[in-house]
Design a binder for this molecule. Structure first.
Ligand code: HEM
Length: 175
């Protein structure tokens, strides 16, 4: 069957709601992992290039800030989609035997917003020449480091929930 006919069928099926939305969360997850990894790499490239050449490039720091903003927005969207999937998805549910792991992810995701919110607060106080404000610089470097460790941790839990469930200890919701 020609591709366009098949696409037309998928479209009409979707419009006729015959294709139910199984999961949404993975649509957003990979976006914020990429943005926040880029922010981390840019922030530390700004530091090491600055230390090596004594020229701290504002444009690299701005790039880190822009990627953090995009990361925070997509984390919020991903949390909404994840919550939707946790209640109505077909892979892992809060009410299921590993619902507690989803709760761990919810908690870590909110903490993630606090950590990157702290970065945006301090970097917002010193939008340029960050190297001149040692305290703001340490907050920015520290939050980017803690943030990326948390992103990696939540990503590992999420991946195990989907692909290594047999290796994950059962953890139902505590309430
Ligand atoms: C409110 C917070 C969150 C909830 C309720 C949640 C829920 C879920 C659920 C139910 C799944 C299973 C697949 C699905 O049904 O979509 C999943 C998978 C996943 N989650 Fe989350 N999640 C949250 C936040 C996050 C965050 C912040 C990250 C990354 C930093 C993340 C990374 C992942 C990954 C990598 C997967 C596997 C996706 C795949 O490749 O299929 N999640 N999550």
């Amino acid at each position: 069957m020609a591709v366009d006919v098949r696409f037309a069928n998928v479209l009409t099926d979707t419009l006729d709601r015959r294709i139910s939305v199984r999961i949404l969360h993975p649509l957003f997850v990979h976006l914020h992992i990429a943005f926040l990894l880029m922010a981390f790499v840019a922030m530390y490239a700004w530091l090491f290039r600055g230390l090596a050449s004594s020229v701290f490039e504002d444009r690299i720091y701005q790039f880190a800030r822009a990627n953090t903003w995009a990361g925070v927005v997509t984390v919020a969207l991903s949390m909404l989609a994840g919550a939707r999937d946790g209640f109505a998805g077909t892979v892992a549910r809060f009410a299921g035997p590993i619902g507690g792991w989803l709760l761990v992810k919810v908690t870590l995701a909110f903490l993630l917003l606090v950590v990157y919110g702290t970065f945006l607060y301090w970097s917002g106080k010193k939008k340029r020449y960050l190297q001149e404000d040692r305290r703001a610089m340490l907050w920015c470097l520290g939050t980017q480091l803690v943030g990326i460790v948390m992103v990696a941790t939540i990503t590992v839990i999420g991946t195990m929930v989907v692909y290594y469930r047999d290796r994950l200890p059962q953890l139902p919701l505590p309430f």
